[in-house]
Ligand binder design. Structure first.
Ligand SMILES: Cc1cc2nc3c(=O)[nH]c(=O)nc-3n(C[C@H](O)[C@H](O)[C@H](O)COP(=O)(O)OP(=O)(O)OC[C@H]3O[C@@H](n4cnc5c(N)ncnc54)[C@H](O)[C@@H]3O)c2cc1C
Length: 346
């Protein structure tokens, strides 16, 4: 009979959360294996924007990391038919191509000695000794002490633990050749609350995106028409805005699998890195993840409240005020970037 292979830390998903966790785990001397069903480099529907707090955190976690990006400092916001509020931010947003960026992170893990297995997670079962027996689509079975779910917004590990995810929000995007100014532009409207339409100037292309409570091809098409953007291929993916904790201590949900995306903007890369770091800490320090990740869980609750305010009638009035006062908005924007960015890692 074949002996089942044992891995201390088995990671499902080799996206940013999984690869960063794997890299940090190896650097801490932990044994670990990443599993992903995709063939890398693989694409991911995403704006690919790294805010200053995200790229600075990544610099701290993976010192000296190099990746391709297109810097954007020109910010533009609009609410319905208000004039645009525009300014140059003190800080750059780094626009990446997720296909290349994710592959770079994975290569750092592999160069640190990490192994990637191409297979799909199907299910786990906890054994009497506390270990998990994990079954893959190929029929392969592995055992592990920790199961790290980094398998994205439609996480199968999360489904087995907690059932169908709540509060999934569909984001749609299209990619077109560059035209017009280099900018990050966000358009809000009282017609779709909570939601937004955006443009990011990225590497060699512009990204247009849209999310609203009822995002679908037709509503996105209408938005593109309003802004005179030619229609090419429309794509969409879910973001889970509901943050969850695993009820089993040695199963840790990180990144989109745990619903760690910003409740207003959908930004998820920063918290993919941060939760990966906190998962590594939990294992190395023999502490529960709910403790090492406490600040992030608190922040997610605060973001839920902030999102309710932001899209309330009072919030929209405040947004309108900001849009009519670009100097004030620049000051708040830069101060927020500065405050969130210069943090200590604990
Ligand atoms: C339209 C859109 C725009 C966005 N724009 C931004 C942005 O500009 N900036 C930002 O910070 N965030 C953005 N986000 C959010 C960001 O994309 C996610 O937060 C980020 O990808 C989370 O990383 P992750 O590693 O948790 O998951 P993912 O990147 O989704 O990686 C999950 C990995 O798991 C693998 N996988 C899944 N299921 C299995 C399985 N059963 N077995 C094996 N492998 C599996 C997948 O192949 C994948 O490689 C956007 C999201 C969307 C949808």
């Amino acid at each position: 009979m074949n002996k089942v292979r044992h891995i201390d830390n088995l990671v499902i998903g080799a996206g940013p959360a999984g690869s960063v966790f794997g890299y940090l785990a190896l650097k801490a001397g932990l044994n670990c294996l990443l599993v992903d069903f995709a063939t890398f480099p693989r694409d991911k529907i995403c704006g690919g924007g790294l805010t200053p707090k995200a790229w600075r955190l990544l610099d701290k976690l993976m010192p000296g990391i190099k990746y391709d990006y297109h810097p954007v400092r020109h910010m533009r916001f609009q609410l319905d038919d208000s004039p645009s509020c525009e300014f140059e931010s003190e800080f750059e947003i780094r626009m990446t191509s997720r296909k290349d960026f994710d592959y770079t992170l994975l290569q750092y893990y592999q160069q640190a000695g990490g192994e990637l297995l191409k297979d799909a997670f199907v299910s786990f079962e906890q054994q009497p000794d506390g270990r998990f027996l994990v079954t893959m689509r190929s029929g392969l079975q592995l055992t592990c002490n920790y199961l790290i779910a980094a398998d994205g917004a439609n996480s199968r590990v999360r489904r087995q633990l907690l059932g169908k995810p709540k509060d999934q929000m569909l984001f749609m995007e299209e990619y077109v050749p560059k035209q017009g100014p280099e900018e990050a532009f966000v358009f809000f409207s009282r017609r779709f609350i909570p939601g937004g339409f955006y443009k990011f100037s990225s590497i060699g292309r512009d990204i247009y995106g849209y999310r609203a409570p009822e995002t679908n091809r037709e509503t996105f098409r209408q938005m593109l028409k309003e802004f005179n953007i030619p229609e090419t291929k429309l794509v969409g993916a879910n973001i889970s805005l509901h943050t969850v904790q695993s009820p089993i201590p040695n199963i840790i949900l990180i990144g989109d699998a745990g619903g760690f995306a910003n409740k207003i903007t959908g930004e998820g890369l920063y918290d993919a890195f941060k939760t990966a770091y906190n998962a590594r800490r939990a294992i190395v320090e023999h502490k529960p993840f709910c403790e090492t990740n406490r600040q992030v869980f608190r922040k997610m609750k605060a973001e839920e409240r902030a999102a309710r305010f932001f899209f309330s009638p009072t919030g929209i009035k405040f947004l309108s005020f900001c849009i009519h006062h670009p100097r004030f908005t620049k000051w708040i924007f830069d101060a927020k970037m500065k405050r969130e960015t210069f943090f200590r890692l604990r």
